[in-house]
Design a protein around this ligand. Structure first.
Ligand SMILES: [Zn+2]
Length: 372
C-alpha cells in the first residue's frame, strides 16, 4: 500500500497513513459527536461533544497503530525485517519483507496484535468503570474499550489475511509440517469467511439497518478478494521454486546514456529498439534510474534538443536493484508500480532488467508450471 502521508518513525519503523484513513476518522467523529456521546452524557454544549469526539477518533487511530506496532516489533524481534506501517480504511497494515521462519514465530507475530487490542480494551474499560471524571469523558473511554474489543475479536476470526487466519496457518503448518498445504487452507478459510460476512451483511441490510450491513458487506468482499490474491501469489511462489532473476529478466537491454538529449536518443537508440523502457546509465556504465517512452513523449518538441536524459531518469529504490542469481520469487514480495520492476546489476553494470511485462509473464509461467 502506498503511504500518502508519512507521519514519522516509531522505533525506527516508518509510519504513514493512506488518505482513506480520513474517511474512518470522519465517520467515527461524526457518529460520536452527532449521536453516541450526546446520548450517553446529555446536557453539554455541542462544541464540547465535538472536541471529545475528535479526540476519541484520534485515540482510536492510535490504538490501531499500537496493534500494528505490536506485530512489527515482534516480527523484528523474530528476525523478519519490517518495512513500514500504514493506517488506512480497513485498519492497519504492517509490511514485512519475508516471512516467519517457524510456525511458532508466525503464531507470536500474528497473535500479539489482537492481544494488544484486547489489552487496550481492558485498560480503557477499567479507566471508564473505576476512575472518577466527567461522564462525557468516561463514555468516550467506554466506547474506545468496546471498539478495541471488537477489533481484537474480529481480527481473530480464522481466515487469511486476518490475524486469526495467520494463527490458523501457523497451527496447520505446525501440525502437518506442510507449509504449502497450510497456505491453501488458510487462504480458503479467508475466502469462505469473507463470503460469510457478505451474506451476513446482506441479511442485515434486508432485516435491520442498512448502514451496518453495508459496512459488513464491504469488509467481507474486501477480505474474500485479499484472500484470493494471497492464494494466487502463493501459488506463483510455489511455481517459482528455484527460478533465478536471470531466467526471467530481459538480458542486456538497450541503454539510455544519461548525457544524451531526448532528440538524439529518440532518433537513435529508441527508434531501433523493441523496448518501451530503458535503464539510464552514467558515463561509467553505472545505473541511475530508468526512462520510458511516455516520459520521453511528455517533453515538448521544442525542448527535446536541450533536455538531457538524466533529468528524466526516474530512480529505482535500492531494493529494486538485484543480482542475476537472486531468487525470482523476491519480485513477488514487493508491491510493484510502473513499467520497470527491477534492474539487474552484475559487476557494476546493467546485466538485465525486469519490466512489468517480464513480471506478468513470469507469474503466468509459474502458475502453468504448478498446474502441470
Ligand atoms: Zn493485526
Amino acid at each position: 500500500m502506498k503511504q500518502s502521508l508519512r507521519l514519522g518513525q516509531v522505533a525506527g519503523i516508518p509510519v504513514g497513513v493512506h488518505w482513506s484513513v480520513l474517511v474512518i476518522a470522519a465517520l467515527i467523529a461524526a457518529s460520536l459527536g452527532g449521536g453516541v456521546l450526546p446520548g450517553a452524557a446529555p446536557g453539554q454544549v455541542p462544541g464540547l461533544y465535538w472536541t471529545i469526539a475528535v479526540a476519541t477518533s484520534v485515540l482510536f487511530l492510535a490504538s490501531l497503530l499500537a496493534h500494528e506496532l505490536a506485530h512489527a516489533l515482534v516480527a523484528r524481534w523474530r528476525a523478519v525485517p519490517v518495512q513500514s506501517i500504514t493506517l488506512w480504511l480497513f485498519g492497519g497494515v504492517t509490511q514485512m519483507q519475508g516471512e516467519a521462519r517457524t510456525p511458532r514465530n508466525e503464531l507470536e507475530i500474528s497473535v500479539v496484535g489482537p492481544l494488544t487490542s484486547l489489552a487496550v480494551a481492558g485498560l480503557a474499560f477499567v479507566m471508564a468503570a473505576f476512575m472518577p471524571g466527567p461522564r462525557l469523558v468516561l463514555s468516550a473511554l467506554m466506547w474506545l474499550a468496546l471498539m478495541n474489543l471488537l477489533l481484537g475479536v474480529f481480527n481473530m476470526l480464522p481466515g487469511a489475511p486476518l490475524d486469526g487466519g495467520r494463527v490458523l496457518h501457523a497451527v496447520l503448518w505446525w501440525r502437518t509440517r506442510d507449509r504449502a498445504r497450510a497456505d491453501r487452507a488458510a487462504a480458503r478459510a479467508g475466502q469462505g469467511l469473507g463470503l460469510l460476512l457478505v451474506g451476513l451483511g446482506m441479511a442485515e441490510v434486508l432485516f435491520t439497518s442498512w448502514a451496518g450491513g453495508l459496512w459488513l458487506m464491504i469488509i467481507g468482499w474486501f477480505l474474500a478478494g485479499a484472500a484470493g490474491t494471497e492464494m494466487a501469489a502463493r501459488s506463483a511462489r510455489e511455481g517459482l521454486g528455484g527460478v533465478r532473476i536471470r531466467d526471467v529478466m530481459t538480458p542486456l537491454p538497450d541503454l539510455a546514456p544519461a548525457w544524451l538529449d531526448v532528440e538524439e536518443f529518440v532518433s537513435g537508440v529508441a527508434s531501433r529498439s523493441h523496448q518501451s523502457v530503458f535503464p539510464v546509465v552514467a558515463f561509467g556504465g553505472e545505473p541511475i534510474g530508468y526512462v520510458n517512452l511516455e516520459a520521453l513523449a511528455a517533453v515538448p518538441p521544442s525542448q527535446r534538443g536541450s533536455t538531457r536524459l538524466d533529468r528524466l531518469a526516474r530512480p529505482l529504490p535500492p531494493d529494486r536493484i538485484l543480482g542475476p542469481d537472486d531468487d525470482a520469487a523476491t519480485l513477488l514480495e514487493r508491491p510493484t508500480m510502473g513499467p520497470m520492476v527491477a534492474l539487474v546489476i552484475e559487476g557494476g553494470h546493467v546485466a538485465g532488467m525486469v519490466t512489468a511485462q517480464d513480471l506478468s509473464r513470469m507469474v503466468r509461467l509459474a502458475l502453468l508450471r504448478r498446474a502441470s
